[in-house]
Design a protein around this ligand. Structure first.
Ligand code: NIG
Ligand code: FE
Length: 430
């Protein structure tokens, strides 16, 4: 028996017609249907459209409707896709947060033994079971704010045993979470050089110990690297991505967060699926990305912006307007992690994107749905409300979709539906 959501005041489909992310002018094309209707069955969307089309569809296909959800006065959007997070970690770093308030920078804290390395110490001491338990709680928070697909990175193990442990946690959570949440694993061994190791030795460990094991156990879809002064450079990225490619892993990058040291060149050379952060991205690099994206045959590189990091670290915001006007698809993500952005709430990121990145509501909606799905290679499965896709759907109790950024800091979500099943309703996770 099918599910019908009927008479929806505003159905935001974020539909995507030509197989490329919604970029340039189309970054604001949200496929809005007033008085919209959705039919879903067996976890998939069968129909999304007008009331007149609905009647025909039901009779032509002899659809039997079971559950009916009243959509009158409601807003419906695709489930949010958070395409950049570090949600599996142990410990916490509120002490560092206070150090920053007292005037220390993120980099100063890192070079005095805090930062990523302090989370690494906590992760190494934690069992897989503990990590699963704390991460599951976080995933429930993600769900309550509307995230139905989430990427998760390793990067707090920094040795073979612990990087594999983190990826196993992510994979187990993906298979076993009762919500059907899609959790996409990314290998970020090159997050930092572990204490007591030379970089050259660590690169060898990544390439010749970690990668073969991760590939044999099928633990990751993407390979990521933190390109930054005092972390990894272009040359290191070349070594890691060439090796990662042999195992079929697709590159993603943390780049241009504090210093611009050539990350976009690497992204272009190794056909990355996304470049993430970009707080200090140079005009020259925007042009290079635009040029690459415009060449026929190239899969477009999505720029994943993380304004929560700018807010939390009190640093520069990302050049969203320049990226959009250059035709580069923009996605938005939380970057949820204990050091540079401690929030699971993608809605607060949307608010920041509105005020600080000057993105419109429409651009933002595409950035947290279909474009983020593209940044994860999930565009044929989720990210928009279209026949054939997973029924990943949010219902809001608010007068218009523009309330998402206007009525900030509160959660107007009434229902979260994942693969056709209600997993969150009126403040309660089910
Ligand atoms: O995406 N920039 C590098 N990695 C994370 C921060 C990790 C941490 O501080 O624990 C980020 O901002
Ligand atoms: Fe990150």
């Amino acid at each position: 028996m099918a599910l019908l959501i009927k008479d929806i005041r505003q159905l935001v489909t974020c539909r995507n017609d030509n197989g490329i992310p919604n970029s340039g002018k189309m970054q604001s094309g949200i496929g809005l249907i007033e008085n919209g209707n959705i039919i879903a069955d067996k976890g998939k969307i069968l129909y999304a459209g007008s009331a007149s089309g609905l009647k025909k569809f039901i009779s032509r296909n002899k659809i039997k409707i079971g559950n009916i959800i009243e959509g009158r006065n409601k807003i419906v959007t695709p489930g949010f896709v958070d395409s950049h997070t570090h949600f599996v970690f142990a410990g916490n770093r509120e002490n560092e947060y206070e150090m920053r308030l007292a005037g220390k920078s993120y980099q100063e804290i890192a070079s005095s033994g805090g930062g990523i390395i302090s989370t690494v110490n906590a992760v190494r001491k934690s069992s897989k079971r503990d990590l699963i338990k704390i991460s599951m709680k976080r995933l429930e928070k993600f769900i309550s704010y509307g995230t139905t697909t989430v990427e998760g990175k390793s990067g707090y193990g920094l040795d073979t045993e612990n990087e594999v442990k983190l990826l196993e946690v992510i994979n187990e959570l993906n298979c076993e979470n009762k919500y059907g949440l899609d959790i996409i694993p990314t290998f970020l061994g090159a997050h930092s050089v572990p204490k007591g190791k030379k970089k050259i030795d660590y690169l060898e460990e990544i390439c010749f110990e970690m990668l073969p094991q991760i590939s044999r156990k099928k633990l990751a879809r993407f390979i990521d690297i933190f390109i930054e002064e005092n972390y990894f450079d272009k040359k290191d990225a070349g070594i890691i991505f060439s090796e990662g490619r042999k195992y079929g892993l697709i590159p993603k990058l943390h780049t241009d967060q504090f210093k611009s040291i050539g990350g976009t060149d690497v992204a272009i050379k190794y056909n990355a699926i996304s470049v993430d952060h970009l707080e200090v991205l140079k005009k020259r690099d925007i042009s290079k990305l635009a040029q690459y994206n415009s060449e026929p045959g190239n899969r477009k590189i999505t720029a994943t912006l993380l304004p929560g990091v700018s807010y939390f670290l009190d640093i520069k915001y990302q050049p969203a307007r320049e990226l959009i006007s250059s035709g580069i698809p923009v996605a938005l993500a939380t970057d949820f992690n204990p050091g540079s952005c401690m929030t699971e709430n993608l809605q607060i990121i949307m608010s920041l994107a509105s005020l600080k990145l000057k993105m419109s509501s429409e651009e933002i909606l595409n950035a947290v749905t279909i474009n983020a799905a593209f940044a994860l290679g999930m565009e044929e499965i989720t990210g928009s409300i279209e026949a054939g896709k997973q029924a990943d759907i949010l219902m809001f109790d608010m007068p218009s979709y523009k309330y998402l950024v206007y009525n900030f800091g509160v959660n107007n979500i009434e229902l979260v539906i994942k693969k056709g099943k209600i997993i969150y309703e009126n403040g309660k996770i089910l």
